[in-house]
Design a protein around this ligand. Sequence first.
Ligand SMILES: *Cc1c(COP(=O)(O)O)cnc(C)c1O
Length: 423
Amino acid sequence: MIDNIFILGKKLDEQDSLASFADLFHRPTSKIGKQLVYFCGNSLGLQPKSVRQYVEQELLDWQNLGVEGHFHGKNPWFAYHHFLTESTARLVGALPLEVVVMNSLTVNLHLLMISFYRPTSQRYKIVIEGGAFPSDIYAVQSQAKLHGFDPEEAIVALVPRAGEHTLRTADIIAALEAESNQIALVMLGGVNYYTGQLYDLEAIATKAHEIGAMVGYDLAHAAGNVVLRLHEWQVDFAVWCSYKYLNSGPGGTSGAFVHERHANEPDLPRLAGWWGHDEQSRFLMEAKFVPQLGAAGWQLSNAQILPMAAHQASLAIFDRATMPALRQKSEKMTDFLFKSLDQINPNNQYFTIITPRNPAERGCQVSMLMNNNGRAIFDYLTEHDIVADWRNPNVIRIAPVPLYNSFSEIAQFVNILQQALCS
Ligand SMILES: *Cc1c(COP(=O)(O)O)cnc(C)c1O
């Protein structure tokens, strides 16, 4: 049975037109120098080999030009964020005006909520997944408090039905309808970090607007993982990090999206800084803040050149591979993973997969809820050169990434998992 998985994996690798992209990445190795099977791109993506050269260029300009690098470097630092705009727009389905790379993820989430969570005494609630990433929960709680509301009352937490692990779109829609006059903001993760569920971002945005609410998405697990059309879906704002599927390094920079219809609202409340000021007059150092049009107007500080250089290296790879092609391979990989897991787990004898099977409802990640000995099984995987991801109380997450993982690696993982289950 397992032999079939290896044979099929090899065949799928031979048909894979993106296979050569794997060579563009450094691979972590074990203590004795064996290449690890890395399925943790949902947490920290691998390093593109080209990152060194991009960062080196900026180090060189700093070394040789000092302050002159702002205007006379190879990639003048004054304009640096512009160099990432076009690729970022393509990545999330946005107009260039709608995106900017800046700061880090939770910071950007707060900056955009300051502008787009504008509660009144009637309409003040924020809808979020009960199982959202903790940073997002803290962020919405503190925003509610900032405006004088009790988070207990102001936060509407969506939870799956009893006995289910993921949210049904119809239930999300019903929750919005149920409190339609009180909801000010719908703020969901695009792909849930724990279950791997991809929400129907278009349907949710449409319903949010229908009830008169704003809608924002945290795309930390969606950017670089699934195809996004933020402009077309009419999303008000979105944020994401660059270090998960976007492979731009630990603590890397972040992306932000603000829909075109908010591009020119100079009176919208925002926390302002000089880098969001009109570029033509920035260095006149005048006291009156004139925001740039679009997402760039939310910038606070001058660009973080080194993390942004790493991000640029990675975005160039996404531009070459293209999201639709990556997603196509990704769906195939996760499908192969599902089917292979079924073979070693008849009747959910050892674990339950809590990630939806339907490709439209998931990214690449598969989360397995282990029936017994979850931690021991995870440790066995680690000892056998599989880098997976453990979440308490008993979930193993596996993310086959189309840029650098192969079908054969999936076969290898399933084989070792079977050994672990039977040992
Ligand atoms: C990874 C992740 C974060 C992490 O936030 P940072 O500000 O980058 O530390 C926040 N929210 C979600 C949904 C995440 O997946």
